[in-house]
Design a protein around this ligand. Structure first.
Ligand SMILES: [Zn+2]
Length: 180
């Protein structure tokens, strides 16, 4: 992992936490903003995020949507992926996410699925909209405003009940499943 430029314990430096004061939330957030700006100079989007685990390990992510041809490669999702790979767990309970910008609905949902405890951000959804990003539109979509739902209709298609729930039936009958 890259150096954070902060006085913190990382996954790689191995120093005990007691030798240096932990960075403040504002310092973590400033780092997220800094890597967001740096990412623009590296052909990425203007977003950066940091996951700090319950035991103080730090994982970074930046937006690589256009660079990786991956519309889900938002900074927060990238940081969550790095944290999960780094900790060897899909559960980040106790972690805090710091994002350079208010997380979009996908990133908020990803944080919920990752069981992250708390989210802090710097720029707002309106700041992102002013810069040409769709966060504000997508927020309105999830708020259920009819005019905005038209941008992507979602509806179920009826199938026989047994077929419809077959994956869940298989899941419930699989003793080796990993609950999440
Ligand atoms: Zn996002």
């Amino acid at each position: 992992m890259d150096s954070l430029g902060l006085s913190t314990v990382t996954a790689t430096d191995g120093k005990p936490a007691t030798t240096q004061p932990a960075p403040t939330p504002a310092e973590y957030l400033a780092r997220a903003v800094a890597i967001a700006t740096e990412n623009v100079r590296n052909a990425g989007g203007p977003f950066g995020a940091i996951v700090v685990t319950a035991d103080g390990r730090v994982f970074e992510g930046v937006n690589r949507v256009t660079a990786n041809l991956d519309p889900t490669a938002h900074a927060e999702v990238s940081a969550i992926r790095a944290a999960c790979q780094g900790t060897g767990s899909f559960d980040l309970s106790g972690a805090t996410l710091y994002s350079s910008c208010e997380p979009c609905p996908m990133c908020l949902a990803s944080s919920l699925w990752a069981r992250i405890d708390r989210v802090h951000y710097a720029a707002t959804r309106d700041d992102a909209a002013d810069a040409g990003f769709d966060d504000a539109v997508f927020y309105r979509y999830f708020e259920g405003v009819d005019a905005d739902r038209a941008i992507m209709p979602v509806s179920d298609i009826e199938l026989p009940a047994a077929e419809r729930v077959a994956p869940f039936t298989e899941w419930q009958h699989t003793a080796t499943r990993t609950e999440y």
